[in-house]
Design a protein around this ligand. Sequence first.
Ligand SMILES: Cc1cc2nc3c(=O)[nH]c(=O)nc-3n(C[C@H](O)[C@H](O)[C@H](O)COP(=O)(O)OP(=O)(O)OC[C@H]3O[C@@H](n4cnc5c(N)ncnc54)[C@H](O)[C@@H]3O)c2cc1C
Length: 488
Amino acid sequence: MELILEKLIPIVGSKGWKTPNIKNAKYVHDITNFKNGKPSIILLPKSTQEVIKIMQICNDFCWPVSVQGGMTGLVQGSVPFHNEVILSLERMNSISNFDRVSQSATVETGVTLEKFQKFLEEKGFFFPLDLGSKGSCFLGGNLATNAGGTRVIKYGMMRDLTLGIEVVLADGTLISNLNNLVKDNSGYDLKQIFIGSEGTLGVITKATLKFYHEPRTQNVAFCGVDSLDELLNLLISCKKELGSDLSAFEVLWKSTYEFIISSTSIKAPLPTKYNYYVLIETLGNKPAIDDKWFSEMLSKFLSKKIIKDAIISSSQKDIKNLWNVRNNTSTAFKTIPLRMNFDISVNLNLIQKFVAQLEKEILAFKEVKDILFFGHLGDNNLHAVVVCHELKEKIKKIFYKIVGEYNGSISAEHGIGLEKKAYLHLSRSKQEIKLMKDLKGRFDPQNILNRNRIFNSDLGYQKGLIKNNTNDELKEKFRPEFLSYLAK
Ligand SMILES: Cc1cc2nc3c(=O)[nH]c(=O)nc-3n(C[C@H](O)[C@H](O)[C@H](O)COP(=O)(O)OP(=O)(O)OC[C@H]3O[C@@H](n4cnc5c(N)ncnc54)[C@H](O)[C@@H]3O)c2cc1C
Protein backbone atom coordinates (compact mmCIF):
# COMPACT_ATOMS: atom_id res chain seq x y z
CA MET A 1 0.00 0.00 0.00
CA GLU A 2 2.87 2.38 0.76
CA LEU A 3 3.84 2.40 -2.89
CA ILE A 4 0.48 3.62 -4.13
CA LEU A 5 0.37 6.29 -1.40
CA GLU A 6 3.84 7.43 -2.39
CA LYS A 7 2.54 7.94 -5.91
CA LEU A 8 -0.69 9.66 -4.92
CA ILE A 9 0.47 12.18 -2.34
CA PRO A 10 2.72 14.23 -4.66
CA ILE A 11 -0.22 14.68 -7.05
CA VAL A 12 -2.30 16.60 -4.50
CA GLY A 13 0.47 18.20 -2.42
CA SER A 14 0.56 18.62 1.35
CA LYS A 15 -2.89 20.28 1.64
CA GLY A 16 -4.55 17.75 -0.60
CA TRP A 17 -4.63 14.67 1.59
CA LYS A 18 -5.63 13.53 5.06
CA THR A 19 -5.28 10.43 7.16
CA PRO A 20 -8.54 8.65 7.94
CA ASN A 21 -8.28 9.08 11.72
CA ILE A 22 -10.81 10.13 14.34
CA LYS A 23 -10.35 13.82 13.43
CA ASN A 24 -11.44 13.07 9.89
CA ALA A 25 -14.29 10.72 10.78
CA LYS A 26 -16.77 12.62 8.59
CA TYR A 27 -15.20 11.03 5.50
CA VAL A 28 -15.53 7.54 6.94
CA HIS A 29 -19.20 7.40 7.91
CA ASP A 30 -22.37 8.95 6.53
CA ILE A 31 -24.92 11.12 8.35
CA THR A 32 -26.53 8.03 9.87
CA ASN A 33 -23.13 7.00 11.30
CA PHE A 34 -22.98 3.98 9.01
CA LYS A 35 -19.42 2.89 8.26
CA ASN A 36 -17.78 0.03 6.42
CA GLY A 37 -14.11 -0.07 7.26
CA LYS A 38 -10.92 1.96 7.40
CA PRO A 39 -10.04 3.62 4.11
CA SER A 40 -6.39 3.98 3.12
CA ILE A 41 -6.21 7.74 2.47
CA ILE A 42 -8.43 10.78 1.91
CA LEU A 43 -7.51 12.68 -1.24
CA LEU A 44 -8.75 16.22 -1.83
CA PRO A 45 -7.76 17.20 -5.38
CA LYS A 46 -7.93 20.85 -6.40
CA SER A 47 -8.38 20.39 -10.15
CA THR A 48 -9.59 18.06 -12.87
CA GLN A 49 -5.93 17.45 -13.84
CA GLU A 50 -5.27 16.12 -10.34
CA VAL A 51 -8.34 13.86 -10.52
CA ILE A 52 -7.06 12.50 -13.85
CA LYS A 53 -3.65 11.67 -12.36
CA ILE A 54 -5.21 10.07 -9.26
CA MET A 55 -7.43 7.86 -11.37
CA GLN A 56 -4.53 6.85 -13.63
CA ILE A 57 -2.50 5.69 -10.62
CA CYS A 58 -5.43 3.94 -8.92
CA ASN A 59 -6.30 2.21 -12.17
CA ASP A 60 -2.71 1.15 -12.62
CA PHE A 61 -2.76 -0.40 -9.17
CA CYS A 62 -6.35 -1.67 -9.59
CA TRP A 63 -7.00 0.16 -6.34
CA PRO A 64 -10.64 0.83 -5.40
CA VAL A 65 -11.81 4.43 -5.06
CA SER A 66 -14.77 5.79 -3.12
CA VAL A 67 -16.07 9.08 -4.59
CA GLN A 68 -17.42 11.61 -2.10
CA GLY A 69 -19.48 14.76 -2.24
CA GLY A 70 -21.02 16.31 0.86
CA MET A 71 -21.81 12.87 2.42
CA THR A 72 -25.53 13.62 2.82
CA GLY A 73 -26.60 10.67 0.66
CA LEU A 74 -29.15 8.38 2.26
CA VAL A 75 -28.19 5.01 0.70
CA GLN A 76 -24.59 4.54 1.91
CA GLY A 77 -23.18 5.09 -1.59
CA SER A 78 -20.24 7.25 -0.57
CA VAL A 79 -19.22 5.34 2.56
CA PRO A 80 -15.78 3.81 1.89
CA PHE A 81 -14.95 0.13 2.23
CA HIS A 82 -11.81 -1.06 3.96
CA ASN A 83 -8.63 0.15 2.24
CA GLU A 84 -10.40 2.22 -0.41
CA VAL A 85 -8.95 5.56 -1.49
CA ILE A 86 -11.40 8.35 -0.70
CA LEU A 87 -11.64 10.95 -3.45
CA SER A 88 -13.48 13.96 -2.08
CA LEU A 89 -14.37 16.85 -4.39
CA GLU A 90 -14.62 19.37 -1.53
CA ARG A 91 -11.70 21.57 -2.67
CA MET A 92 -13.03 21.84 -6.22
CA ASN A 93 -15.53 24.60 -5.56
CA SER A 94 -15.34 27.37 -8.13
CA ILE A 95 -18.12 28.79 -10.32
CA SER A 96 -17.29 30.17 -13.78
CA ASN A 97 -18.78 31.06 -17.18
CA PHE A 98 -21.83 32.81 -15.73
CA ASP A 99 -23.91 33.55 -18.82
CA ARG A 100 -27.08 35.63 -18.41
CA VAL A 101 -28.09 35.20 -22.05
CA SER A 102 -28.02 31.42 -22.08
CA GLN A 103 -28.86 31.34 -18.38
CA SER A 104 -26.12 28.90 -17.53
CA ALA A 105 -22.97 28.65 -15.43
CA THR A 106 -20.19 26.10 -15.08
CA VAL A 107 -19.50 24.71 -11.63
CA GLU A 108 -16.86 22.49 -10.14
CA THR A 109 -18.67 19.68 -8.41
CA GLY A 110 -17.49 20.47 -4.87
CA VAL A 111 -19.71 23.59 -4.82
CA THR A 112 -22.52 23.17 -2.31
CA LEU A 113 -26.07 23.50 -3.58
CA GLU A 114 -26.66 26.43 -1.22
CA LYS A 115 -23.56 28.31 -2.41
CA PHE A 116 -24.77 28.02 -6.02
CA GLN A 117 -28.30 29.13 -5.06
CA LYS A 118 -26.91 32.19 -3.24
CA PHE A 119 -24.49 33.03 -6.07
CA LEU A 120 -27.45 33.17 -8.47
CA GLU A 121 -29.78 34.98 -6.05
CA GLU A 122 -27.28 37.83 -5.81
CA LYS A 123 -27.57 38.22 -9.58
CA GLY A 124 -31.38 38.03 -9.64
CA PHE A 125 -31.49 34.44 -10.85
CA PHE A 126 -32.73 31.23 -9.33
CA PHE A 127 -31.61 27.58 -9.21
CA PRO A 128 -34.74 25.54 -8.54
CA LEU A 129 -33.22 22.39 -7.04
CA ASP A 130 -33.86 22.62 -3.30
CA LEU A 131 -33.15 19.93 -0.71
CA GLY A 132 -33.16 19.89 3.08
CA SER A 133 -29.43 19.08 2.84
CA LYS A 134 -28.57 22.08 0.63
CA GLY A 135 -26.02 23.56 3.05
CA SER A 136 -23.90 20.39 2.96
CA CYS A 137 -24.61 18.48 -0.27
CA PHE A 138 -22.43 19.20 -3.32
CA LEU A 139 -23.63 19.72 -6.86
CA GLY A 140 -21.51 16.66 -7.76
CA GLY A 141 -23.54 14.54 -5.34
CA ASN A 142 -26.73 16.05 -6.72
CA LEU A 143 -25.65 15.06 -10.24
CA ALA A 144 -24.46 11.60 -9.24
CA THR A 145 -27.78 10.87 -7.50
CA ASN A 146 -29.99 12.84 -9.93
CA ALA A 147 -31.44 14.65 -6.93
CA GLY A 148 -35.07 15.74 -6.89
CA GLY A 149 -36.61 17.70 -4.03
CA THR A 150 -39.77 19.71 -3.75
CA ARG A 151 -39.98 21.55 -7.10
CA VAL A 152 -39.60 18.68 -9.55
CA ILE A 153 -43.20 19.11 -10.71
CA LYS A 154 -42.23 22.42 -12.38
CA TYR A 155 -38.50 22.23 -13.07
CA GLY A 156 -37.64 18.52 -13.21
CA MET A 157 -34.79 16.69 -11.52
CA MET A 158 -31.05 17.40 -11.69
CA ARG A 159 -30.81 15.82 -15.15
CA ASP A 160 -33.28 18.42 -16.42
CA LEU A 161 -31.10 21.23 -15.09
CA THR A 162 -27.87 20.03 -16.70
CA LEU A 163 -26.57 21.19 -20.08
CA GLY A 164 -23.02 19.89 -20.05
CA ILE A 165 -20.75 17.70 -18.00
CA GLU A 166 -17.08 16.88 -17.45
CA VAL A 167 -16.19 13.42 -16.18
CA VAL A 168 -12.97 11.56 -15.44
CA LEU A 169 -13.30 7.86 -16.18
CA ALA A 170 -11.77 5.11 -14.05
CA ASP A 171 -8.61 4.99 -16.17
CA GLY A 172 -8.17 8.77 -16.11
CA THR A 173 -9.69 9.45 -19.53
CA LEU A 174 -11.30 12.90 -19.59
CA ILE A 175 -14.75 13.14 -21.16
CA SER A 176 -15.58 16.82 -21.38
CA ASN A 177 -18.56 18.50 -22.95
CA LEU A 178 -19.34 21.64 -21.00
CA ASN A 179 -21.33 23.37 -23.70
CA ASN A 180 -24.48 25.24 -22.79
CA LEU A 181 -26.55 24.37 -25.83
CA VAL A 182 -30.19 23.59 -25.19
CA LYS A 183 -30.39 21.69 -28.46
CA ASP A 184 -27.64 19.21 -29.21
CA ASN A 185 -28.61 16.01 -30.98
CA SER A 186 -25.14 15.18 -32.22
CA GLY A 187 -25.19 11.53 -31.24
CA TYR A 188 -25.82 10.00 -27.84
CA ASP A 189 -26.48 12.32 -24.92
CA LEU A 190 -23.57 10.95 -22.87
CA LYS A 191 -24.06 13.26 -19.88
CA GLN A 192 -27.30 11.47 -19.03
CA ILE A 193 -25.43 8.18 -18.56
CA PHE A 194 -23.34 9.73 -15.80
CA ILE A 195 -26.17 11.63 -14.10
CA GLY A 196 -27.72 9.26 -11.56
CA SER A 197 -24.91 6.69 -11.93
CA GLU A 198 -23.90 7.18 -8.26
CA GLY A 199 -20.19 7.47 -8.96
CA THR A 200 -19.93 4.01 -10.52
CA LEU A 201 -19.13 5.13 -14.08
CA GLY A 202 -16.91 8.18 -13.61
CA VAL A 203 -15.95 11.08 -11.35
CA ILE A 204 -18.00 14.14 -12.30
CA THR A 205 -15.62 17.10 -11.99
CA LYS A 206 -17.61 19.94 -13.61
CA ALA A 207 -21.05 20.64 -15.02
CA THR A 208 -22.78 23.40 -16.92
CA LEU A 209 -26.10 23.99 -15.20
CA LYS A 210 -29.06 26.02 -16.34
CA PHE A 211 -30.90 28.48 -14.14
CA TYR A 212 -33.99 30.65 -14.24
CA HIS A 213 -34.96 34.25 -13.58
CA GLU A 214 -36.04 34.74 -9.98
CA PRO A 215 -39.82 34.22 -10.03
CA ARG A 216 -41.71 37.46 -9.31
CA THR A 217 -44.63 35.86 -7.50
CA GLN A 218 -44.89 33.06 -5.00
CA ASN A 219 -48.14 31.79 -3.55
CA VAL A 220 -48.67 29.00 -1.08
CA ALA A 221 -51.79 27.31 0.27
CA PHE A 222 -52.09 24.64 2.91
CA CYS A 223 -55.22 22.54 2.36
CA GLY A 224 -57.11 19.72 4.04
CA VAL A 225 -58.84 16.91 2.11
CA ASP A 226 -60.53 13.76 3.31
CA SER A 227 -59.78 11.01 0.83
CA LEU A 228 -57.15 9.90 -1.65
CA ASP A 229 -59.71 10.34 -4.43
CA GLU A 230 -60.15 13.97 -3.40
CA LEU A 231 -56.39 14.34 -3.26
CA LEU A 232 -55.91 13.10 -6.83
CA ASN A 233 -58.80 15.23 -8.01
CA LEU A 234 -57.10 18.23 -6.41
CA LEU A 235 -53.82 17.40 -8.20
CA ILE A 236 -55.64 17.23 -11.55
CA SER A 237 -57.40 20.56 -10.83
CA CYS A 238 -54.14 22.25 -9.81
CA LYS A 239 -52.40 21.08 -12.98
CA LYS A 240 -55.32 22.28 -15.08
CA GLU A 241 -55.92 25.66 -13.43
CA LEU A 242 -52.46 26.64 -12.26
CA GLY A 243 -50.66 25.18 -15.27
CA SER A 244 -46.90 25.57 -15.47
CA ASP A 245 -46.88 27.89 -12.42
CA LEU A 246 -47.56 24.89 -10.16
CA SER A 247 -44.21 24.37 -8.43
CA ALA A 248 -44.98 22.09 -5.47
CA PHE A 249 -47.66 19.62 -4.47
CA GLU A 250 -46.52 18.18 -1.16
CA VAL A 251 -48.71 15.82 0.81
CA LEU A 252 -48.74 14.81 4.48
CA TRP A 253 -50.94 12.03 5.75
CA LYS A 254 -52.96 12.94 8.88
CA SER A 255 -50.78 10.89 11.24
CA THR A 256 -47.63 12.51 9.82
CA TYR A 257 -49.11 15.99 10.22
CA GLU A 258 -50.14 15.26 13.80
CA PHE A 259 -46.70 13.87 14.52
CA ILE A 260 -44.91 16.96 13.16
CA ILE A 261 -47.14 19.31 15.12
CA SER A 262 -46.78 17.34 18.35
CA SER A 263 -43.02 16.84 18.15
CA THR A 264 -41.86 20.29 17.00
CA SER A 265 -42.69 23.84 18.04
CA ILE A 266 -44.53 24.47 14.78
CA LYS A 267 -48.01 25.99 15.06
CA ALA A 268 -50.64 23.92 13.22
CA PRO A 269 -51.95 25.95 10.25
CA LEU A 270 -55.13 23.80 10.08
CA PRO A 271 -56.94 21.67 12.66
CA THR A 272 -55.94 18.01 12.73
CA LYS A 273 -59.34 16.73 11.59
CA TYR A 274 -58.61 16.03 7.90
CA ASN A 275 -57.13 12.83 6.53
CA TYR A 276 -54.59 14.47 4.19
CA TYR A 277 -52.84 17.85 4.09
CA VAL A 278 -51.47 19.37 0.90
CA LEU A 279 -49.03 22.23 0.44
CA ILE A 280 -49.62 23.82 -2.95
CA GLU A 281 -47.14 26.37 -4.30
CA THR A 282 -47.04 28.43 -7.47
CA LEU A 283 -44.11 30.43 -8.79
CA GLY A 284 -44.96 32.91 -11.52
CA ASN A 285 -44.01 36.09 -13.29
CA LYS A 286 -47.17 38.20 -13.41
CA PRO A 287 -47.52 40.18 -10.16
CA ALA A 288 -50.68 41.91 -11.35
CA ILE A 289 -52.50 38.63 -11.96
CA ASP A 290 -50.95 35.67 -10.13
CA ASP A 291 -51.95 36.36 -6.50
CA LYS A 292 -55.57 37.08 -7.42
CA TRP A 293 -55.74 34.06 -9.71
CA PHE A 294 -54.31 31.80 -7.00
CA SER A 295 -56.87 32.86 -4.37
CA GLU A 296 -59.70 32.66 -6.90
CA MET A 297 -58.70 29.11 -7.79
CA LEU A 298 -58.45 28.09 -4.14
CA SER A 299 -61.91 29.59 -3.49
CA LYS A 300 -63.22 27.65 -6.46
CA PHE A 301 -61.69 24.41 -5.12
CA LEU A 302 -63.37 25.13 -1.77
CA SER A 303 -66.78 25.92 -3.24
CA LYS A 304 -66.64 22.83 -5.48
CA LYS A 305 -65.63 20.80 -2.39
CA ILE A 306 -62.40 19.69 -4.06
CA ILE A 307 -60.79 20.72 -0.77
CA LYS A 308 -62.37 20.86 2.68
CA ASP A 309 -60.35 23.71 4.13
CA ALA A 310 -57.44 25.94 3.19
CA ILE A 311 -55.18 28.64 4.48
CA ILE A 312 -53.61 30.90 1.86
CA SER A 313 -50.40 32.89 2.30
CA SER A 314 -50.65 36.64 2.27
CA SER A 315 -47.03 37.50 3.15
CA GLN A 316 -43.50 36.11 2.96
CA LYS A 317 -43.84 35.24 6.64
CA ASP A 318 -46.93 33.11 5.91
CA ILE A 319 -45.10 31.36 3.08
CA LYS A 320 -42.20 30.56 5.39
CA ASN A 321 -44.53 29.29 8.13
CA LEU A 322 -46.48 27.04 5.79
CA TRP A 323 -43.31 25.58 4.23
CA ASN A 324 -41.96 25.06 7.76
CA VAL A 325 -44.56 22.37 8.35
CA ARG A 326 -43.29 20.36 5.36
CA ASN A 327 -39.64 21.21 5.87
CA ASN A 328 -39.65 20.02 9.46
CA THR A 329 -40.39 16.41 8.67
CA SER A 330 -36.70 15.41 9.14
CA THR A 331 -36.46 17.30 12.46
CA ALA A 332 -39.62 15.63 13.73
CA PHE A 333 -38.52 12.14 12.63
CA LYS A 334 -35.21 12.52 14.45
CA THR A 335 -37.19 12.25 17.69
CA ILE A 336 -38.19 8.66 16.80
CA PRO A 337 -35.60 6.30 18.34
CA LEU A 338 -36.08 3.45 15.82
CA ARG A 339 -37.35 4.00 12.31
CA MET A 340 -36.93 2.76 8.73
CA ASN A 341 -37.11 5.29 5.89
CA PHE A 342 -38.49 4.49 2.46
CA ASP A 343 -38.34 6.65 -0.66
CA ILE A 344 -40.36 5.07 -3.44
CA SER A 345 -42.40 5.93 -6.53
CA VAL A 346 -45.75 4.49 -7.45
CA ASN A 347 -48.37 5.10 -10.12
CA LEU A 348 -50.85 7.47 -8.49
CA ASN A 349 -53.81 5.54 -9.92
CA LEU A 350 -52.74 2.63 -7.72
CA ILE A 351 -51.82 4.57 -4.61
CA GLN A 352 -54.97 3.79 -2.65
CA LYS A 353 -54.61 0.03 -3.01
CA PHE A 354 -50.85 0.24 -2.62
CA VAL A 355 -51.00 2.09 0.71
CA ALA A 356 -53.77 -0.21 1.97
CA GLN A 357 -51.65 -3.28 1.21
CA LEU A 358 -48.58 -1.76 2.83
CA GLU A 359 -50.57 -0.98 5.95
CA LYS A 360 -52.02 -4.47 6.05
CA GLU A 361 -48.69 -6.29 5.65
CA ILE A 362 -46.30 -3.94 7.43
CA LEU A 363 -48.48 -3.13 10.42
CA ALA A 364 -48.91 -6.91 10.90
CA PHE A 365 -45.31 -7.05 12.16
CA LYS A 366 -45.35 -6.90 15.94
CA GLU A 367 -42.16 -4.80 15.76
CA VAL A 368 -43.97 -2.02 13.85
CA LYS A 369 -45.81 0.75 15.71
CA ASP A 370 -46.92 3.01 12.86
CA ILE A 371 -46.24 4.14 9.29
CA LEU A 372 -45.95 7.85 8.59
CA PHE A 373 -46.54 8.74 4.94
CA PHE A 374 -45.70 11.98 3.14
CA GLY A 375 -44.15 12.95 -0.14
CA HIS A 376 -43.76 14.86 -3.35
CA LEU A 377 -46.96 13.33 -4.59
CA GLY A 378 -47.15 15.60 -7.62
CA ASP A 379 -44.30 13.54 -9.05
CA ASN A 380 -45.39 10.08 -7.81
CA ASN A 381 -42.88 10.16 -4.98
CA LEU A 382 -44.01 8.75 -1.67
CA HIS A 383 -41.87 8.72 1.47
CA ALA A 384 -42.73 6.43 4.35
CA VAL A 385 -41.24 6.25 7.81
CA VAL A 386 -41.88 2.95 9.53
CA VAL A 387 -41.79 3.49 13.29
CA CYS A 388 -40.47 0.33 14.96
CA HIS A 389 -39.73 -1.26 18.33
CA GLU A 390 -37.04 -3.28 16.58
CA LEU A 391 -35.42 -2.94 13.13
CA LYS A 392 -35.91 -5.97 10.90
CA GLU A 393 -34.60 -6.64 7.38
CA LYS A 394 -37.79 -8.68 6.85
CA ILE A 395 -39.87 -5.47 7.08
CA LYS A 396 -37.78 -3.90 4.33
CA LYS A 397 -38.09 -7.03 2.24
CA ILE A 398 -41.89 -7.06 2.43
CA PHE A 399 -42.09 -3.32 1.83
CA TYR A 400 -40.04 -3.52 -1.39
CA LYS A 401 -41.83 -6.70 -2.47
CA ILE A 402 -45.09 -4.72 -2.45
CA VAL A 403 -43.44 -1.85 -4.35
CA GLY A 404 -42.35 -4.41 -6.97
CA GLU A 405 -45.84 -5.90 -7.21
CA TYR A 406 -47.21 -2.45 -8.02
CA ASN A 407 -44.49 -1.81 -10.64
CA GLY A 408 -43.18 1.02 -8.52
CA SER A 409 -39.60 2.17 -8.04
CA ILE A 410 -37.71 1.18 -4.89
CA SER A 411 -35.85 4.48 -5.20
CA ALA A 412 -37.57 7.66 -6.31
CA GLU A 413 -34.76 10.08 -5.45
CA HIS A 414 -32.02 8.76 -3.23
CA GLY A 415 -30.49 6.09 -5.47
CA ILE A 416 -29.53 2.50 -4.68
CA GLY A 417 -26.04 2.69 -3.12
CA LEU A 418 -25.45 -0.23 -0.79
CA GLU A 419 -28.68 0.15 1.08
CA LYS A 420 -31.05 -0.99 -1.64
CA LYS A 421 -28.94 -3.10 -3.94
CA ALA A 422 -30.45 -6.40 -2.75
CA TYR A 423 -33.81 -5.14 -4.02
CA LEU A 424 -32.82 -3.64 -7.38
CA HIS A 425 -34.35 -6.62 -9.22
CA LEU A 426 -37.79 -5.61 -7.91
CA SER A 427 -37.72 -2.43 -9.99
CA ARG A 428 -35.46 -3.40 -12.89
CA SER A 429 -35.60 -6.42 -15.21
CA LYS A 430 -32.78 -8.96 -15.56
CA GLN A 431 -31.99 -7.53 -18.97
CA GLU A 432 -31.78 -3.98 -17.61
CA ILE A 433 -29.47 -5.04 -14.79
CA LYS A 434 -27.29 -6.97 -17.25
CA LEU A 435 -27.02 -3.88 -19.45
CA MET A 436 -26.10 -1.77 -16.39
CA LYS A 437 -23.35 -4.27 -15.55
CA ASP A 438 -22.14 -4.28 -19.16
CA LEU A 439 -21.92 -0.49 -19.06
CA LYS A 440 -20.00 -0.66 -15.79
CA GLY A 441 -17.63 -3.18 -17.37
CA ARG A 442 -17.10 -0.89 -20.37
CA PHE A 443 -16.52 2.31 -18.36
CA ASP A 444 -14.59 0.74 -15.49
CA PRO A 445 -13.25 -2.67 -16.56
CA GLN A 446 -11.15 -3.08 -13.42
CA ASN A 447 -14.12 -2.27 -11.23
CA ILE A 448 -12.34 0.32 -9.11
CA LEU A 449 -14.92 3.14 -8.95
CA ASN A 450 -17.50 2.88 -6.16
CA ARG A 451 -17.07 -0.85 -6.34
CA ASN A 452 -20.17 -2.93 -5.54
CA ARG A 453 -22.48 0.06 -5.17
CA ILE A 454 -25.86 -0.29 -6.97
CA PHE A 455 -25.09 -3.96 -7.75
CA ASN A 456 -22.31 -6.45 -7.08
CA SER A 457 -20.10 -6.56 -10.12
CA ASP A 458 -19.15 -10.07 -11.17
CA LEU A 459 -15.55 -10.68 -10.32
CA GLY A 460 -15.42 -12.20 -13.82
CA TYR A 461 -14.07 -9.13 -15.43
CA GLN A 462 -11.53 -8.75 -12.69
CA LYS A 463 -9.97 -12.12 -13.44
CA GLY A 464 -6.66 -11.67 -15.15
CA LEU A 465 -6.49 -7.98 -14.49
CA ILE A 466 -3.28 -8.30 -12.52
CA LYS A 467 -1.87 -10.39 -15.35
CA ASN A 468 -2.82 -7.68 -17.82
CA ASN A 469 -1.25 -4.91 -15.81
CA THR A 470 1.63 -3.62 -17.87
CA ASN A 471 3.83 -2.26 -15.11
CA ASP A 472 5.73 -5.29 -13.78
CA GLU A 473 7.34 -3.48 -10.88
CA LEU A 474 4.02 -2.15 -9.52
CA LYS A 475 2.32 -5.44 -10.26
CA GLU A 476 4.71 -7.44 -8.10
CA LYS A 477 4.67 -5.06 -5.12
CA PHE A 478 0.97 -4.63 -5.21
CA ARG A 479 -0.19 -8.14 -5.97
CA PRO A 480 -0.47 -9.72 -2.47
CA GLU A 481 -2.35 -6.75 -1.07
CA PHE A 482 -4.85 -6.67 -3.90
CA LEU A 483 -5.44 -10.40 -3.82
CA SER A 484 -6.19 -10.28 -0.12
CA TYR A 485 -8.53 -7.33 -0.73
CA LEU A 486 -10.40 -9.31 -3.39
CA ALA A 487 -10.63 -12.32 -1.13
CA LYS A 488 -12.55 -10.36 1.53
C1 LIG B 1 -32.06 16.40 5.42
C2 LIG B 1 -31.89 15.76 4.07
C3 LIG B 1 -32.82 16.03 3.08
C4 LIG B 1 -32.68 15.44 1.82
N1 LIG B 1 -33.61 15.71 0.87
C5 LIG B 1 -33.47 15.17 -0.36
C6 LIG B 1 -34.45 15.43 -1.36
O1 LIG B 1 -35.44 16.12 -1.15
N2 LIG B 1 -34.25 14.89 -2.58
C7 LIG B 1 -33.14 14.13 -2.87
O2 LIG B 1 -33.00 13.70 -4.02
N3 LIG B 1 -32.23 13.83 -1.92
C8 LIG B 1 -32.36 14.32 -0.68
N4 LIG B 1 -31.44 14.04 0.29
C9 LIG B 1 -30.33 13.11 -0.01
C10 LIG B 1 -28.99 13.78 -0.42
O3 LIG B 1 -28.86 15.06 0.12
C11 LIG B 1 -28.86 13.79 -1.94
O4 LIG B 1 -28.78 12.47 -2.42
C12 LIG B 1 -27.65 14.58 -2.45
O5 LIG B 1 -27.76 14.71 -3.85
C13 LIG B 1 -26.31 13.92 -2.11
O6 LIG B 1 -25.28 14.86 -2.35
P1 LIG B 1 -23.87 14.75 -1.59
O7 LIG B 1 -22.95 15.77 -2.16
O8 LIG B 1 -24.04 14.77 -0.14
O9 LIG B 1 -23.39 13.32 -2.09
P2 LIG B 1 -22.72 12.12 -1.28
O10 LIG B 1 -23.60 11.66 -0.20
O11 LIG B 1 -21.33 12.47 -0.90
O12 LIG B 1 -22.67 11.03 -2.43
C14 LIG B 1 -23.84 10.48 -2.97
C15 LIG B 1 -23.46 9.54 -4.13
O13 LIG B 1 -22.92 10.29 -5.21
C16 LIG B 1 -21.57 9.89 -5.50
N5 LIG B 1 -20.84 11.11 -5.83
C17 LIG B 1 -20.72 12.23 -5.06
N6 LIG B 1 -20.03 13.17 -5.73
C18 LIG B 1 -19.69 12.63 -6.93
C19 LIG B 1 -18.98 13.11 -8.07
N7 LIG B 1 -18.46 14.34 -8.12
N8 LIG B 1 -18.83 12.28 -9.14
C20 LIG B 1 -19.34 11.03 -9.13
N9 LIG B 1 -20.02 10.53 -8.08
C21 LIG B 1 -20.21 11.32 -7.00
C22 LIG B 1 -21.09 9.19 -4.24
O14 LIG B 1 -20.08 8.26 -4.52
C23 LIG B 1 -22.38 8.53 -3.76
O15 LIG B 1 -22.61 7.35 -4.47
C24 LIG B 1 -31.58 14.58 1.57
C25 LIG B 1 -30.64 14.32 2.58
C26 LIG B 1 -30.80 14.90 3.82
C27 LIG B 1 -29.77 14.61 4.87
